[in-house]
Design a protein around this ligand. Structure first.
Ligand code: FPP
Length: 275
């Protein structure tokens, strides 16, 4: 399949057929979160500067976003810039911010055409003004879109998210709006930046690292992990399909036993027949 067929919004019959098979095979994760890693190494392996890898990474963002929407994924969260990424050399940080502005300008129409809403989580006020303005513009332009929500985690960290939630809960307890005995899982989730979004069903990490890297620490409690050696700029829809079919084969029990029974399927059937 030619890459152009992936990215121009026109879907090839072959790709459509693959997606239909995946949908028949099992349920599609409602929320996929991705740690997009390996841009720098991808570029360096090719003898290029790291920014070249980030530029190529935008192509993967486009292809994965579009194919998630086509498959019926409802929420896609991308770890685009972590709180820790501010410690990178300023040339790389500035380059990434310019790339983000450019990508938002280039992709706004495609998001609208594909009926995708853009939202963000993180300390957006730390981003350069130009980024903030561009983000705001695309958020407003796509506000009514409801096929899928694309959430960019920018200047985000899981510990920051939890810390902010704790501060706000403490304020509300002090103001008498919340009783300390009312604090539970659900209440904490409702104070996080992802309050409006269900927890991820599937978390994908590229470039072979086995870490969560301060991403959605609270929200990933029961997410299925898919780790691939592929660097992010090489991660395209065919590997997304691999990740989803791998997810579909998992037995998600959320700490419980299947269907509330502490029995295998075979022993359940034997019991039913003998009773
Ligand atoms: C990690 O690779 C990637 C990032 C820190 C930035 C991701 C940004 C993009 C894909 C481009 C812009 C994004 C959007 C949403 C338009 P790395 O640099 O840490 O790679 P390395 O581990 O090989 O050094």
């Amino acid at each position: 399949m030619k890459q152009s067929e992936h990215t121009d919004g026109k879907q090839s019959p072959e790709d459509f057929e693959i997606q239909q098979k995946i949908k028949e095979f099992g349920s599609i994760p409602q929320h996929i979160a991705i740690i997009m890693d390996g841009n720098g190494r991808w570029a360096q392996k090719k003898g290029n500067i790291r920014l070249h890898g980030h530029k190529a990474g935008v192509e993967s963002v486009r292809d994965v976003t579009e194919s998630c929407a086509q498959l019926g994924v409802k929420y896609l969260t991308l770890y685009a810039f972590s709180t820790e990424n501010w410690n990178r050399p300023s040339a790389e940080v500035n380059g990434l911010m310019k790339l983000l502005v450019q990508a938002l300008r280039d992709e706004a129409d495609r998001l609208i055409r594909n009926n995708i809403r853009l939202v963000t989580i993180g300390q957006i006020e730390r981003l350069p003004k130009k980024c903030q303005i561009q983000l705001q513009e695309v958020k407003e332009l796509t506000e009514s879109k409801e096929r899928m929500q694309l959430c960019l985690a920018l200047s985000y960290s899981g510990r920051w998210d939890i810390t902010e939630a704790v501060k706000h809960i403490a304020e509300d307890v002090a103001a008498g709006k919340v009783l300390s005995e009312e604090i539970n899982d659900h209440l904490i989730s409702s104070y996080l930046s992802t309050a409006q979004i269900p927890d991820p069903d599937l978390i994908i990490r590229t470039s072979g690292e086995f870490r969560i890297s301060n991403f959605l620490l609270w929200q990933l409690a029961y997410s299925e992990l898919y780790i691939t050696q592929t660097y992010w700029p090489d991660f395209r829809r065919d590997e997304l399909y691999e990740a989803i079919t791998s997810f579909q084969k998992r037995d998600r029990r959320f700490g419980k036993v299947k269907n509330g029974h502490n029995k295998s399927l075979a022993s359940t059937v034997i019991d039913q027949i003998r009773s």
